[in-house]
Design a protein around this ligand. Structure first.
Ligand code: DGL
Length: 294
């Protein structure tokens, strides 16, 4: 059993996460969790959250009009992220999750400053870094993600700040997100593309591989098959969902009572996006166009 699996099953429970202590939000527990991504990839996180906390109401926003963020400039991603956060604040979200590695890398600091004390802001990178600090000291880890995420160097910087002898070797894998979105996984062609990336020298001699894009949980199985148990494959969605539960519990903001409502908005609706929700959320969901950019 891998390190992540043991942790998720509670066999290793010595977590010492300590941020967001003493938040002074005065919001009802029934306020929603706001989740946003460049498109529908962040639904993997929305799904992990609803599995772990079925009571939580969620509002999801996929900025499909600007997909992919992975190839955009940091400035553009920052502008999109702030506008989306504004919408989620208008909808009284108690916590905003930036469910996109590219936006977490480019816009977290700005979004956090913008949101201030109106809501808790969580990105998808810090919980993973904390997990590495707790469970993967003195290891060499690979990271795959979009060009924006990899070129930002944020994982390597944050891992190095832990001072725990964690080395990060990274490779941008821009073909993977569109491939997954088109439903190309568990197929021979996707296996070849994944293999082509994983054999690159940038990812040689690693102990673990961080799936640094919210689309990648869908190809975790294929990646694990490639490594045949020799490399720990770190699916960040479950780590982030657990961290959100921890924060809401600590802040006494967990919703209790009947299961929460779920709303899913996109900035540009197409039938094809709606069809793909089945892949990312495990069931087909109704997407509603929200005219944020009009
Ligand atoms: N969801 C994005 C991420 O996690 C990948 C897709 C995109 O490039 O917009 O980085």
């Amino acid at each position: 059993m891998g390190i992540l699996q043991k942790w998720l099953l509670g066999f290793d429970n010595n977590s010492k996460f300590t941020f967001f202590v003493g938040n002074s939000l005065s919001m009802p527990n029934s306020s929603p969790i706001g989740i946003f991504d460049s498109g529908i990839g962040g639904l993997t996180l929305a799904h992990a959250i609803t599995e772990l906390m079925p009571q939580e109401p969620i509002i999801y926003f996929g900025d499909t009009a600007h997909l992919p963020y992975g190839d955009k400039s940091a400035t553009a991603i920052q502008a999109y992220s702030v506008k989306i956060c504004n919408l989620l604040l208008e909808k009284n979200c108690k916590l905003i999750l930036i469910a996109c590695n590219s936006a977490s890398a480019a816009a977290f600091d700005l979004v956090k400053a913008y949101v201030g004390t109106k809501a808790i802001v969580v990105n998808v990178i810090d919980p993973v870094i904390d997990f590495l600090g707790e469970h993967m000291q003195s290891s060499t880890l690979g990271l795959i993600g979009t060009k924006q995420t990899v070129n930002s160097g944020i994982y390597a910087r944050k891992a190095s700040a832990l001072n725990q002898d964690i080395q990060i070797k990274s490779l941008a894998t821009p073909l993977l997100a569109p491939m997954i979105e088109e439903g190309f996984f568990s197929k021979t062609i996707s296996e070849q593309i994944i293999r082509e990336y994983l054999v690159q020298p940038e990812l040689s001699d690693i102990d673990g591989l961080i799936l640094g894009c919210t689309h990648y949980p869908l190809i975790k199985k294929q990646i694990e098959e490639f490594y045949q148990g020799k490399v720990e494959v770190i699916d960040t969605s479950q780590i982030v969902a657990r961290e959100i539960k921890r924060i809401l519990t600590e802040q006494d903001l967990l919703n209790v009572g009947s299961p929460g409502t779920r709303q899913f908005f996109v900035s540009d609706y197409t039938d094809s996006f709606e069809k793909s929700t089945q892949l990312f959320f495990g069931e087909k969901i109704k997407l509603t166009q929200y005219p944020i950019w009009d």
